[in-house]
Design a protein around this ligand. Structure first.
Ligand code: SF4
Ligand code: FE
Length: 491
């Protein structure tokens, strides 16, 4: 069963004893809760497309461990083509669902652990990598939905993990046993965890030598005792409970259904521990994860923007503004920004490089540039969608008004624009645009895969400012004589 069907994914979630709270109340079945169901539908789509012949190349890959065809969401990148196909997969899924499909964090955490466990073994003579490969084989064989849990609450931002008044502000080991460890703490902003099979827990920051208890990387079943999910509040989330057109994206919801996940003295057996105290490898692990994850946004947000651009273009037809040259130019601007980030993500894959463990990494400068552009372009694209769709995004009456026999006809009559289109098309498109450009969506674009300044630090560090100064000195001197110039390699 290397490729689960969507039904098998949902059934397998039912078997887990996931401890989850939504709106402050314990949820007895995540599968049947209306606040979570849209996000499960989205992940189910990732399973569904893998079975379709036309998407097979993009959605699946051949495992380098077993030689079997596996879901690309469980695959270790073997070459630059795998990196490019990952971005293509994300755009396809973004186009199909119009929202976040959640499995990318687990994929990038898998790859980060594959590379880091190899490097720890090389440097320290440990045995993490074979152990991780055994785990990976099971993930591939069972086509597991993995969440990645990286972002600690962090407490006082000016203090290190070991300096916090409350040591639980960073996930850490509180007990060591012969057969495993007990961990405590929490991770925030956890995408898809509430509807995943397992969580990959990774350190979220570089650590000092005295902080060994915080250097813990492991796999934890989502239903393990002591794992508690507390679902995040989203813009307009009670609309999911109401049903009807106000939800915007009725089947797949908006963004990834994030939760905070608490690890309240969770036991982790040795076979699921892939780093335990090797503080000197934490910074590298975080960097690997971030570089693999930041390029993603050119794919997933690209696919989401395709849907948003489509909704906006349709809206201009419904309004009768579609032939206006200014309107067409604004649509072109949306397309331009979207294709720019997609091209950078594809470029990051095409220019990727091989790591010591044999897997492949995105070009770091391009990957970080993709994410930096996303923190702007998604806002700009959304601004133009608001501009072209009009003020009714913020003022239109709700589904209940439409259903009320006393006033529903007024709502429809006075929201009818071009009579060639049913008024409900306008309302539904408007609701999608409203929800897809809500605070929840936009903030995810800003902070997902790291806040903007995190990318800028990497970009400046990689840019080779000194080499650029030498280039300028050489060009301006009119000679080839400037010493110390390091021209970039041409690949
Ligand atoms: Fe994947 Fe994008 Fe969602 Fe992150 S925001 S999990 S990259 S779809
Ligand atoms: Fe994200």
């Amino acid at each position: 069963m290397a490729l689960k069907t969507p039904e098998q994914y949902v059934d397998s979630l039912r078997q887990l004893k996931i401890c989850a709270y939504v709106a402050g109340e314990r949820v007895h079945s995540v599968v049947d809760h209306p606040a979570i169901a849209p996000h499960i539908n989205t992940v189910a789509k990732t399973y569904e497309l893998a079975h379709q012949a036309e998407h097979r190349e993009v959605m699946t890959a051949i495992s380098h461990l077993s030689g079997e065809r596996v879901h690309r969401y469980t695959h270790i990148f073997q070459n630059t083509d795998d990196l490019v196909k990952k971005i293509q997969m994300l755009r396809l899924l973004g186009q199909t669902t119009g929202t976040c499909f959640q499995r990318c964090v687990g994929l990038d955490a898998l790859n980060a652990l594959y590379a880091t466990s190899f490097e720890i073994d090389q440097g320290e003579g440990t045995g993490y990598h074979p152990r991780f490969c055994d785990y990976l084989l099971r993930v591939q064989r069972e086509d597991l939905m993995l969440a990645g849990a990286m972002t600690d609450p962090k407490g006082h931002r000016a203090k290190k993990p070991s300096e916090q008044a409350d040591p639980d502000q960073f996930v850490h080991v509180v007990e060591r046993r012969p057969d495993g460890v007990v961990i405590r703490g929490a991770k925030l902003h956890n995408t898809g965890g509430i509807n995943s099979h397992e969580i990959l827990v990774l350190p979220g920051t570089g650590l000092a030598a005295g902080e060994k208890d915080y250097a813990i990387a492991c796999a934890v079943p989502a239903g393990a005792p002591g794992v508690i999910f507390i679902f995040g509040r989203q813009s307009n989330d009670t609309r999911k409970l109401e049903g009807g057109c106000d939800i915007g994206n009725p089947r797949f919801g908006v963004v990834g259904g994030e939760a905070m996940v608490v690890f309240d003295n969770v036991f982790v057996p040795n076979e699921h521990i892939f780093m335990n105290g090797e503080t000197q490898y934490c910074g590298g692990l975080v960097n690997y994860f971030a570089t693999w994850h930041r390029a993603n946004y050119g794919g997933c947000k690209g696919g989401n923007a395709d849907v948003l651009i489509g909704a906006t273009a349709k809206m201009t037809r419904i309004l009768g503004t579609d032939r206006n040259a200014v309107v067409r130019d604004k649509l072109t601007e949306m397309i331009h920004m979207n294709e720019t980030t997609y091209a950078s993500a594809i470029g990051a894959g095409a220019m990727g490089y091989r790591l010591a463990c044999g897997s492949y990494m995105f070009d770091p400068m391009m990957s970080n540039t993709v994410k930096q552009n996303i923190t702007r372009n998604v806002y700009q694209i959304s601004r133009l969608a608001h501009d072209l769709a009009g003020g009714f995004l913020a003022t239109m009456p709700d589904q209940k008004a439409l259903e009320n026999p006393e006033i529903g006809a007024y709502v429809k009559k006075y929201h009818t624009a071009n009579p060639d289109y049913d008024v409900m098309e306008r309302i539904r498109m408007g609701r999608y645009i409203e929800n897809m450009t809500s605070v929840t969506s936009m903030v995810e674009s800003m902070h997902g895969a790291g806040s903007p300044q995190a990318q800028r630090i990497v970009m400046l560090g990689l840019a080779g400012i000194e080499a650029k100064i030498k280039m300028a000195e050489q060009v301006i001197s009119g000679t080839d004589d400037v010493k110390g110039i390091a021209l970039p390699k041409s690949n």
